[in-house]
Ligand binder design. Structure first.
Ligand SMILES: [Zn+2]
Length: 162
């Protein structure tokens, strides 16, 4: 018992050290939800149980994380960004750029079928598999496409390239 709690304490200390410089803890990896016709169909209670409070607020309640607070704002490692709700591959580091807006920004999705957009007052970006709210797309991105997908870090989970 004593040994186990010591090992746990060391693990926690190492995790804290490894987390230095990160403003928020990583979104935990979760198994993808079951899908029907390619769509994740979970109840509100199931989403609440799966997601961190912040990820729930963004993905299910369409809220926006504070600028410059997200884990992936200044993150440029090679890899892919998956949906924090359903594991769908949404964006690639190849299309990430520094927009200096305080949110992770991409010029295009990893694949056109990964996401869809919905126009209200702004053009919202949603995950095609779970309908999770990811952020918005604006027409002020760099050439040639001219688009800026402004995405909440809390809606994403990064997976490094091998
Ligand atoms: Zn999703």
């Amino acid at each position: 018992m004593y040994q186990w709690s010591f090992v746990s304490s060391v693990a926690v200390a190492l995790a804290m050290l490894a987390g230095c410089g990160e403003t928020r803890p990583a979104t935990p990896a979760i198994p993808p939800p079951a899908t029907v016709n390619g769509k994740a169909t979970l109840s509100d209670d199931e989403w609440r149980a799966r997601l961190t409070p912040l990820a729930y607020a963004v993905l299910r309640e369409k809220q926006t994380e504070l600028a410059f607070t997200g884990r992936y704002d200044k993150h440029y490692e090679p890899g892919v960004y998956r949906c924090a709700g359903c594991n769908n591959v949404l964006f690639s580091s190849k299309h990430k750029f520094d927009s200096r807006t305080g949110w992770p920004s991409f010029t295009e999705p990893a694949a056109s079928e990964s996401i869809y957009t919905h126009s209200t007052d702004r053009e919202a970006v949603l995950c095609a598999r779970c309908d999770g709210h990811l952020g918005h797309v604006f027409p002020d991105g760099p050439p040639p496409g001219g688009l800026r997908y402004c995405i909440n870090s809390a809606a994403l989970r990064f997976e490094a390239a091998n």
